[in-house]
Design a protein around this ligand. Structure first.
Ligand code: EPZ
Length: 420
């Protein structure tokens, strides 16, 4: 199993550029199925999850070419609507292929994505919305078949502002007859990025970023390939590097950020006592020894504090003086990193979906294991601040979301190597 080996105790300093957003690139790549042409998408991060998505699209008949972070996705000859099961199992977010495939072929077959380390992850909201749009759903041998000879617009109220369900229904609505309204929609910046890409393609969508999104369906002949689109920066990766700077009491400047997207994270870092200077697309963070605990940190859908930053923040709060209360409200089982942080000397008590974190003077190096993507990032961050050497097994989880993490951290002065 691949691992990171880290010798802690070095304060990070320097500048790095933040990669493009994984959680924007994935639905945008899926949406290229709606038009039949050559799309060019820029600043797509080189990550395992992106590779799985492009492998799926190639299996469906797309032609993919890549140079650096520029992806050319030619969907002209896509003629398959059954998503390969093996690849779908590798990445649950491939469920967002349902909307565009149903829009283009009026039928789709996917396998049940099933749960993962952080929770049962049902897709009931996706399926409920698609059936309101006239799709008939059948489950057989672990597959879901959806058919909609005449996909129609519908007024859909989501029980929870699910990111994936909002993205899937937006894409299904593009080629549906009539208007689709998604109420209590997710408001994440990645939703707005998807709307902007789809509208560049010729779709008619309004309201992304608010809790009500309206899509006026159009004909496939009205959609054209997008010849030049750059995805937004990855706010979670940016947040992770800021926390790495804070936990080592260092000073780091990030370039290529959207400040508005970062605000929910910056607000909490300020509350701990980090000093932040921001300019158009960059953030400078300085942290010294006086950081303090947080009475309350609660994860919520955007613009609340992102659940994907919960694990890195737990690592930081384990090293600041005082007691912090952290509540995870989005996923049922997203505290797997707490046990591993305890191996490093952290003082964390879990009570249901609440973690009580008593800061300790110093963490100590240990052998730990990443059980999921953000948990892995949290353990790497904790190791940067710990006394001695730490081995973080499960680097493959981290590579799903962070491009060249060890190189970026080394460039900021960290002592980290990746071992196969
Ligand atoms: C997206 O996942 C992100 N993934 C996740 O990031 C992120 O944690 C999550 O949104 C929340 O912000 C991508 O964008 C690829 P949801 P998604 O549907 O779409 C429940 C990372 O680390 N729910 O908003 O799967 C669900 O169980 C990943 O990059 C239903 O009950 O998240 C969860 O508790 C991890 N029924 C909550 O809603 C449904 O049909 C939020 O899920 C759908 C979701």
């Amino acid at each position: 199993m691949g691992a990171y080996v880290i010798t802690g105790g070095k304060s990070l300093s320097g500048k790095i550029r933040v990669q493009g957003s994984k959680n924007s690139s994935l639905p945008i790549l899926a949406s290229t199925l709606l038009n039949a042409g050559k799309n060019v998408i820029k600043d797509v991060p080189n990550l395992k999850d992106i590779k799985v998505m492009t492998d799926i699209l190639e299996k469906l008949g797309a032609k993919v070419s890549k140079s650096g972070n520029i992806l050319e996705m030619d969907s002209s000859n896509v003629n398959i609507w059954e998503v390969p099961e093996d690849l779908m199992r590798e990445m649950r977010s491939s469920i967002v292929l349902m909307g565009p495939l149903l829009g283009r072929f009026k039928k789709v077959r996917v396998s049940y994505p099933g749960g993962c380390e952080i929770g049962p992850r049902p897709i009931d909201l996706h399926l409920k919305g698609l059936s309101l749009m006239g799709a008939t759903l059948r489950e057989k041998h672990g597959f879901i078949y959806a058919e909609a000879p005449a996909l129609r617009g519908a007024d859909i109220h989501l029980d929870f502002p699910s990111v994936g369900a909002t993205e899937n229904l937006m894409m299904a609505g593009v080629l549906a007859n009539g208007k689709t309204i998604i109420r209590n929609a997710a408001k994440e910046p990645e939703i707005v990025d998807l709307q902007n890409f789809l509208n560049r393609m010729g779709a008619h969508i309004k309201g992304a970023g608010t809790d009500t999104i309206k899509i006026d369906g159009c004909g496939s002949d009205e959609l054209k390939p997008v010849e030049d689109y750059t995805v937004i920066p990855d706010r979670i990766v940016a947040g992770t590097y800021l926390v790495a700077a804070a936990i080592t009491r260092g000073q780091v400047t990030l370039k290529n950020v959207v400040l508005e997207h970062m605000e929910p994270i910056l607000a909490k870092l300020r509350e701990t006592g980090c000093k932040l200077e921001c300019c158009d697309d960059c953030i400078n963070l300085t942290a010294d020894t006086t950081l303090r605990s947080l009475d309350s940190l609660r994860t919520l859908p955007y613009p609340g504090f992102p659940t994907d930053m919960q694990a890195p923040m737990m690592a930081l709060l384990a090293t600041v003086e005082g007691t912090s209360i952290l509540t995870e409200t989005v996923f049922e089982n997203r505290f797997k990193h707490a046990e591993e942080l305890r191996r490093m000397g952290a003082h964390i008590t879990i009570n249901g979906n609440t973690a009580i974190i008593k800061g300790v003077r110093k963490l100590t190096g240990a052998i730990v294991e990443a059980k999921d993507l953000r948990a892995g990032a949290a353990l790497v961050i904790a190791a940067l601040a710990a006394e001695g050497e730490t081995t973080v097994y499960g680097s493959s989880h981290v590579e799903r979301g962070y491009e060249r993490l060890e190189d970026n951290l080394s460039s900021l002065g960290a002592e980290i190597v990746k071992k196969k």
